[in-house]
Design a protein around this ligand. Structure first.
Ligand code: GNR
Ligand code: NI
Length: 171
């Protein structure tokens, strides 16, 4: 088990578009270990989701657990949203944009098709926070961050605030 370093905005590596995972690799020990390390990193942070892009692995998968007691780990490999309905606004945060929170409008209900950690395809209907988190993580896999929904001015303010925090943490 290992905690993985999380890339932070405006690191250009967060803009990488993730490549599809070869489904035959999913059950290999090295891939299963990476999933375990991502869950450990996500729970430690703590966060409700973590995309591979955030730990500098540019492959199309993510881990999520939106349960209160961290008892419902979900793995999505090569996820695709096949249906979306309605709109919801959620105050989002991101482990790659620490201390920043902002309202983002997303689909209210989605259907996702993906491969699970057992290598088997599944389909999931999601709403509420789970639907938000799936859309947030899939944005990461496309090189997109929640601050991209803000105005350029607000995004620049976020960049400056994080730079200042890093300077103060280093001082
Ligand atoms: O931990 C997280 N919380 C969160 C809250 C509202 C909307 C999205 C999220 S995802 C975030 C973890 C993270 O950065 N995943 O990429
Ligand atoms: Ni995030």
């Amino acid at each position: 088990m290992a905690l993985l370093p999380i890339l932070e905005f405006p690191d250009p590596r967060l803009r990488t578009v993730a490549a599809k995972v070869d489904p035959a690799r999913v059950t290999e020990p090295a891939f299963q270990q990476l999933l375990d390390d991502m869950f450990e990193t996500m729970y430690d942070a703590p966060g409700i989701g973590l995309a591979a892009s955030q730990v500098d692995v540019h492959q199309r998968f993510m881990v999520i657990d939106v349960s209160d007691d961290k008892s419902r780990p979900l793995v999505f490999i090569n996820p695709e949203i096949t249906a979306r309905e309605g709109e919801q606004v959620c105050q989002e945060g991101c482990l790659s944009v620490p201390t920043i929170f902002a309202d983002v409008t997303r689909a209210d209900r989605i259907t996702v098709e993906a491969i699970g950690r057992d290598g088997q395809p599944f389909t999931l209907d999601a709403d509420g926070l789970l639907a938000v988190c799936i859309q947030h993580e899939m944005d990461h896999l496309a090189g997109k961050l929640f601050v991209d929904y803000l105005s350029p001015l607000k995004r620049e303010m976020v960049r400056k605030k994080l730079a200042k925090q890093r300077r103060q943490a280093a001082a």
